[in-house]
Design a protein around this ligand. Structure first.
Ligand code: HEC
Length: 155
């Protein structure tokens, strides 16, 4: 009995851990297929010259925290993926929760032969908060600019 109990606990821990991990991938996979695959394709290869790949992407591997912000707030301007430059806007998807975003990143990090590990959840949340503040500052600046332009045309 002395041996069985720790063995049993360890086994239970392994089962719980792996089923939890599988669920993460399952949810990430289904959201990816329904909202990202339109552009990045189901196999993650993107669209030549227009949409960068997420399968075998050095950008994703090195910037997974930024990717969380791109998923929520979108991205525009030049971006270099595997040495190639892309410049098409990607719209943000504001209704995804922090957990859903983490699940998507964990899925693409480990799909199609990618082996980029799991996104650190706490850091990802902090990054999302920082991006929220930046987005808010951008909105205020644009608003101030609009008001200034309105005043100029009124004169
Ligand atoms: C409407 C098309 C479109 C959709 C939908 C879309 N993307 Fe993108 N994505 C792009 C484009 C275009 C870029 C490049 C942006 C640029 O040029 O600045 C990009 C960039 C990226 C990047 C960084 C570059 C790379 O390839 O590693 C990642 C990661 C990414 N998208 C993941 C996603 C995920 C995950 C989703 C779904 C939640 C998604 N995208 C939905 C078009 C899209």
């Amino acid at each position: 009995m002395k041996i069985i109990l720790p063995l049993f606990t360890a086994l239970l821990a392994v089962i719980l851990y792996s089923s939890c991990k599988e669920e993460t991938f399952y949810q990430g996979h289904s959201i990816y297929d329904s909202v990202c695959a339109n552009c990045h394709m189901e196999d993650g290869t993107g669209l030549k010259g227009l949409i960068p790949p997420v399968a075998d992407s050095d950008y994703l591997k090195n910037n997974m925290l930024d990717v969380a912000c791109h998923i929520r707030y979108g991205i525009e301007g030049e971006i270099v993926v595997n040495g190639k430059t892309y410049n098409q806007p990607m719209a943000g998807i504001p209704y995804l929760t922090d957990t859903e975003i983490a699940n998507i990143i964990n899925y693409i990090n480990n799909a199609w032969g990618n082996d980029y590990g799991m996104v650190p959840f706490k850091e990802m949340r902090e990054k999302l908060k920082a991006c929220e503040r930046e987005e808010e500052a951008k909105r205020l600046e644009e608003r101030a600019e609009r008001i200034k332009n309105m005043e100029n045309t009124e004169r």
